[in-house]
Design a protein around this ligand. Structure first.
Ligand SMILES: Cc1ncc(COP(=O)(O)O)c(C=O)c1O
Length: 424
């Protein structure tokens, strides 16, 4: 179905309805080559042109309106976060009232664990995976300690079988069942940062609920990458950042999902602040907290406009592109094309540890250099010298992601050609 030549890559680009979106992004200018090959949207997404424009607009509003910018403009700052809820909810398969853009990812994980990790004498354990992103591991460990418990007893870490790189979906479900009566929370990623594996999210949520635990998802590598249905799956909560596939800019404001069924729970534990308080009486400045009956109740502070504005601009690009369905269709084609070229040119030299099954992966491939006597890190360094932007994850993986919004089939072709040259 695919062919190895560059002409073929160009013909795929010519037939791609989403190809024009590439021009909506700014590619970094490399030092000594005509073009950078940017395959690192899994780490930091490219800048949408519209992000710069909206930042200038907000800065101008600040300069010309001062404090009145909170109310007296067509995009006032006070309810700014509300503009993001709808488009963000569509990306994760949620109701707008279930999503709120706020804080940073790890901060949100902590705030959500305040609500959804409520250990009791019998049920006090959290199940994560052994190779969880360190920040998630630290967050879970410190939450356990915060409750006066010992992580060596309360934190369960699951790992792949010996000799395997990724977790088998059945093994995850089995582990949840096995620890069931003592489990308070299952907290797993949607897509694994190291292996690129898409986790069986719906099955994880079901299995957690079957044993009476709550289910949370870290969607840092899943949002904007794969299709999600948080509401229908019934996840209790989720959190994600916006600087990877959502192109919100370095350190941009993160987001959180809290399932609708928890919104009316008057007894839920939560750290409160004035931005979670009823909007109609917020400025009456009384001390009786009245939670907004939505995910907004979890907001603590007012919105950081300069961090949110690029996210707003970027979400508009996703909407224009038609959302995750067409993007995912292109993403699958890009990743299968990458497989094909790697098989053709680099079989026996480079192996992907990401599952090959499309259900179990998004756009990221995690490549291991297996050619005898070749150091993977040195290969990565050579790729960088050749202006291929990808990343190295300790201990021995090169991560590459062809992002459907702005990467082309020609990018994939160029990457595999350069990698082939490097390995010669
Ligand atoms: C899976 C995962 N969890 C947590 C984090 C930490 O994110 P932040 O620094 O935005 O809290 C990252 C960052 O890349 C991540 O990939």
């Amino acid at each position: 179905m695919f062919e190895v030549g560059l002409d073929f890559a160009r013909s795929l680009d010519a037939a791609d309805d989403l190809a024009p979106f590439r021009d909506r992004f700014v590619f970094p200018e490399p030092s000594h080559r005509p073009e950078v090959t940017y395959l690192v949207g899994n780490s930091l997404g490219l800048a949408p042109l519209a992000a710069r424009e909206i930042l200038i607009e907000e800065a101008d509003k600040w300069a010309t309106l001062g404090v009145r910018g909170h109310f007296e403009t067509d995009r006032p700052w006070t309810p700014y976060h509300e503009l993001l809820a709808g488009p963000m909810a569509r990306l994760v398969g949620a109701l707008p009232e279930e999503v709120v853009v706020m804080n940073g990812l790890t901060v949100n994980l902590h705030l959500l664990m305040v609500s959804f990790y409520r250990p009791t004498a019998e049920r006090f354990k959290i199940l994560i995976e052994d190779h969880a992103f360190p920040s998630d591991h630290f967050a879970v460990e410190s939450q356990i300690r915060f409750h006066g418990l010992d992580p060596s007893e309360a934190m369960i870490t699951i790992k792949p079988r010996d000799g395997e790189e990724t977790l088998r979906p059945d093994d995850i479900v089995e582990a949840i069942r096995h620890h069931g009566p003592e489990l308070a929370l299952v907290l797993l990623p949607g897509v694994h940062y190291y292996t690129g594996q898409v986790m069986p999210m719906e099955r994880i949520v079901d299995a957690a609920h079957d044993v009476g635990a709550t289910a949370g998802l870290d969607l840092a590598h899943a949002v904007g990458n794969v299709e999600l249905s948080l509401h229908d799956w019934g996840a209790d909560f989720a959190a994600w950042c916006t600087y990877k596939y959502l192109n919100g800019g370095p350190g941009s404001t993160a987001a959180a999902f809290i399932h609708q069924r928890h919104h009316a729970d008057a007894n839920i534990a939560r750290f409160n602040g004035w931005w979670g308080h009823d909007k109609t009486t917020r400025f009456e400045m009384n001390n009786e907290f009245l939670p907004i009956p939505s995910a907004e109740a979890w907001q603590i502070s007012n919105a950081p406009i300069f961090s949110m504005a690029p996210v707003l601009a970027s979400l508009a690009v996703f909407e224009e592109a038609g959302g995750m369905k067409p993007l995912r269709a292109k993403s699958e084609q890009l990743v299968r094309y990458m497989d094909f070229l790697l098989d053709e040119h680099l079989s026996g030299q480079v192996e992907s540890i990401t599952p090959r099954d499309l259900e179990q992966r998004g756009c990221q491939l995690s490549l291991k250099v297996v050619a005898p006597k070749v150091d993977g890190q040195a290969v990565f360094d050579r790729l960088q010298e050749a202006d291929v932007e990808c990343d190295w994850r300790y201990p021995n993986v090169i991560r590459v992601a062809a992002v459907p919004l702005y990467n082309s089939f020609e990018d994939v072709h160029r990457f595999v050609s350069i990698l082939t040259e490097v390995l010669k």
